[in-house]
Design a protein around this ligand. Sequence first.
Ligand code: BG6
Length: 468
Amino acid sequence: MSAPPFPPGFLWGGATAANQIEGGYAAGGKGLSVQDVLPHGLAGPRTAAPTPDNLKLEAIDFYHRYAQDIALFAEMGFRVFRLSIAWSRIFPQGDEAEPNEEGLAFYDRVLDELERHGIEPLVTISHYETPLHLAEAYGGWANRELIGLYERYARVLFERYGSRVRYWLTFNEINSLFHAPFMSGGIIAPPERLTEGLLYQAMHHELVASACATRLARELAPGAQIGCMVLAMPTYPLTPAPPDVLAASAAEHANLVYGDVQVRGAYPGYFLRTLREKGVELEITDEDREALAHTVDFVSFSYYMSACESASPDRAPGAGNIMGGIPNPTLPASEWGWQIDPVGLRLVLNQFWERWGKPLFVVENGLGARDELVEVDGVRTVRDDYRIAYLNDHLVQVGEAIADGVEVLGYTSWGCVDLVSASTAQLSKRYGFVYVDRNDDGSGTFERYRKKSFDWYAEVIRTGGANL
Ligand code: BG6
């Protein structure tokens, strides 16, 4: 048997986001974020104020239990932990002149704990957590003013944590804006104003803000590595008919444009053509163009599923990830209808590497499933062989891509501890190696239990992938 392809410095770990784990939604001077008024995720309407049925308000109480959780990650041998910083903990309204010291001190403590265990932090600056005030008073990312406010926030983070955080991601799944305008971009606009033109302009503002943060990091945190983060969903033609192939290529372009801009520093021709054909004229200033030239060091992405596309006018979109897409008739799906395609991960790694030539980081991948807590020899656990199978098959494909010559920095599986789902706001959609005793109705003790996958992943890390 050949040696495992994972390099010795490979960053094995897990990923989370503040709004899905922390809770403490009003603790330590935190302001509200868009998540605090989304009790049903993408599935339901937003509320005027936080409501008790919103699981994210308490989430899994990482805010108070972070030391215990990080100790569990260390027990699995994590080398990296992906977390996001809740913008509204640092700037409660988003537009204050000065940051909230209590919020900053919380992340100092989290970073101390990671350091104590020798775990490298990977920080997302904005993970679907725009301060609610910026949505309500500014209209979210549709407003150019958010660029400056984000830059102020990023400056505070680089000044405070720049010497202790090496890996940064500017926006989580920046390409989700069109699919989830409020959650992804804090965009509140009545239906008649929620036009494609407005969304393209918001996309432009985020891309400029991301580049401004990269420019700032060069100055304030010279050792930092700045990455973009996209939702990767390879799109196959539903049939080999050329119109279907072209439709799939157009769907790919709609996602790839974000990486193209963040890696290459300018809008690609195919995108400019799309704007022309749609009659959209973006407001792009000379300063914007100058900022966009500050490109990222690496490309990170989430990967859960692939999809198909067709030119047929009666194409039926399927269930699944934020993006939708047509189901692939050859693939199985999770309980939530997300299609399972490990080979798609190898394909996407190769595609991104060949296209951009930048190191890649798989910062989300995993299976959302219902778990049953059982007692084995007096110990509570979950026999989650389905999760082990999913992760194993995907990691095998990461190994294949590395053998193909792709440079992969690391892999952080999504929701390494159970958390609240983004799309459905459920706790029963579990991803973790660690089970959290909390239910969809809010009941539970918040106790943590190691699942079977906990030992499996610890062994993967210990052996550098040799047991896959
Ligand atoms: C990604 C997001 O879209 O997918 C995460 O970055 C999210 O925040 C993850 O949790 C899984 O999606 P869901 O809807 O199952 O939580």
